[in-house]
Design a protein around this ligand. Sequence first.
Ligand code: SF4
Length: 416
Amino acid sequence: MQVRVKKPLTVDEYAKQGMEMLKYYESGPWPSHVTELKKTKYPIEAYAAGLAAGKTMWAAGSAKIRYVYTGFIARRTRDGKISELHFRVWQPSGYLYSTEKLRKLMDFADKYGLGLLEIAGQQGLMIISIRPEVADEAVDYLRNVVGTDIGATGDTIRELAACVGPALCEFALYDTLEARDRFMTHPKIYEWMSNQLFPFKFKAKFSGCPFDCTRAVHRADFGFIGVWVGAPEVDQELLRKKIEAGEVDPARLAANCPSGAITWDPEKKELKIDGTRCKKSMHCIRAAYPAIKPGKERKIAVVVGGHVKGRFGGKMGKPLAVVNSVEEAMDWVVKTVESWTEYMEKGVVKHKDRIGDFIMKVGFKKYVTEILGLKEEKKPTLHPSLRAGAVLDDEERTMWANWASKLVEEYFGRRP
Ligand code: SF4
């Protein structure tokens, strides 16, 4: 029997086929990325060829830029015909741009790139496809004319995300924008930002309230989340009006509280929240705002070790303490990063171990008491998603903690 081997198409043939496929993405009433890409100098045929071939036409490249050690991603097409650099650029806190600043960035993208920006990413604004031969000049222009800098790729401090905070949001419990600026200009952070010295990337995120729009719990090595002390404030009069209008069901409100802190007295028509049990879940606030609001005494919960990518899989950040300002926690940030790199030199931390992996290896207790030098955890009372195990009773918590320690020991041996 004769076996027929299908001959692969040439890149040009794939591109032709792909261009036909792209027509589909331009049909329909919705905005089309293909239409937008076609308006720029983006090599749309490279995208089309990749689509038809079932794999991207882009492969990793490399480049050198004068006095720049982080902040660009080099790519080339698989056929070697096109090389390009994507610049990651530091954003203003809260991603709030003036139109003037955006115009400067657009001019920059036209002058040195393809006229294409990507601004919605977690990792900073990206200016797509800078030509390698103009990269040195482009960095100078970015610093001197646009007024920002390239940064945040590789094993270093990555883009620091702050939610829009008090600039736009009624729930903000602290000034996330100011906190991010201060964090960024801390002498140590500033020094680390432009060098690749760490075992892996480091991210810090600033969320104004436990809704956690920056996903600080899940995605930050250090997360700073606005919280309040005790119970939320209840405006009984307004709440009664909302109940009468059918907007709020008090029984449901009580049943949905993850820590069982809410009781409803149908006789007195009064809702009580036990501040000692409240885990700052925001359930009641979301359902009955503004009749129920965050309490007046505001603090910042510090969570540590959250990440999606890491050597040993994703982790939720662990609550470390409740502080009055981000500055209070800066010493812990510095100690953590310094120990993380020291343990890399000792061979305990390996390349691609995030802070969460490092804490898992040394143990949380040793991390808190010996590395940070804290006498004891301030034990913040937080939402279960901030504090894994918070809804368990003591016996259950101990059971799961023992199980987890055994697993860690089996996997890594005894902790150093
Ligand atoms: S995290 Fe809270 S304060 Fe920040 S934008 Fe979201 S809801 Fe508003």
